[in-house]
Design a protein around this ligand. Structure first.
Ligand code: CA
Length: 271
């Protein structure tokens, strides 16, 4: 939990230093911000989680809501397979996947439309002032995606700057979606930030070598997201939005000067 501005500053600086210590570059040259969608731009995860829990229960599989959050970002097939192996000790067939996933999608579509996450629009507007490139990196493959994004976030996301389910072979937690986004935008890992909300998404972004900001908009404990590799953690999108200017200032100014010393002073002294 983050309180005062000073605490924010110290926390942000420490997270940038820790990130750089681990990486082959001395500073972040910020050019792009890569956004996950569900749970970051839209408050759609409660609908997804309920649709998963109810659908799998119909097939005799217990899948608590928290588990849906743990698997958020995984492909539908992989999620169903994990649940089947645990419950029935066997993998799921293609036909079962097709049936279960279509019922899950139907249930999700019957839910009231997910609202835009508070704070998301304000944050995206701030990107424009700094001429930072927004990109979307989602495991979702809904056809109406772009139209909906254009309605809620006008003139922000371009189709050519998006990675969706159709663009990747491996879903999160594989780094592929984020690596492909970097490739698509012509950015290096040290030129981007990721905003994610789920453990597997954080893991994917972290594995791609990108500084990863997590907004914990779901019910999971912070520790799960930090263990997955989150560099910075906020409770909500408005909290991230409030800290945004400070993040950009620190990222712009912070340069790791004495890499070896900062790398592990204790070990050097010990040896
Ligand atoms: Ca998400």
């Amino acid at each position: 939990m983050i309180g005062t501005e000073n605490m924010n500053r110290e926390y942000i600086m420490a997270s940038i230093r820790n990130y750089l210590i681990d990486k082959p570059f001395k500073q972040i040259n910020l050019k792009a911000v890569l956004f996950d969608m569900d749970g970051v731009l839209y408050n759609s995860m409660p609908n997804h989680a309920k649709a998963w829990t109810d659908t799998l229960a119909e097939f005799g599989v217990q899948f608590p809501v928290e588990e849906a959050y743990m698997h958020e970002g995984r492909t539908g097939e992989s999620t169903i397979d994990i649940a089947f192996r645990r419950t029935f000790g066997r993998s799921v067939s293609k036909e079962e996947v097709r049936r279960i996933y279509s019922i899950k999608t139907e249930r999700f579509n019957q839910c009231p439309a997910a609202e835009v996450m508070p704070g998301a629009s304000d944050l995206l507007k701030k990107l424009k002032y700094k001429e930072l490139q927004p990109m979307l990196v989602t495991g979702s493959g809904q056809k109406s995606l772009l139209e909906r994004l254009n309605t809620h976030f006008p003139d922000t996301f371009e189709r050519r700057m998006m990675i969706t389910a159709d663009d990747v072979q491996f879903g999160k937690p594989h780094p592929e979606p984020y690596l492909k986004a970097l490739e698509l935008g012509g950015f290096r890992p040290d030129e981007a930030l990721v905003v994610e909300n789920a453990p597997l998404g954080v893991e994917a972004a972290h594995s791609a070598g990108i500084f990863t900001i997590c907004v914990n908009t779901g019910p999971l404990p912070d520790s799960i997201l930090l263990d997955a590799g989150a560099d910075l953690l906020f409770d909500t999108m408005p909290a991230l939005n409030n800290a945004w200017e400070e993040i950009v200032i620190q990222i712009t100014n912070y340069e790791l000067r004495i890499k070896n010393y900062e790398c592990n002073p204790k070990r050097q002294m010990d040896s």
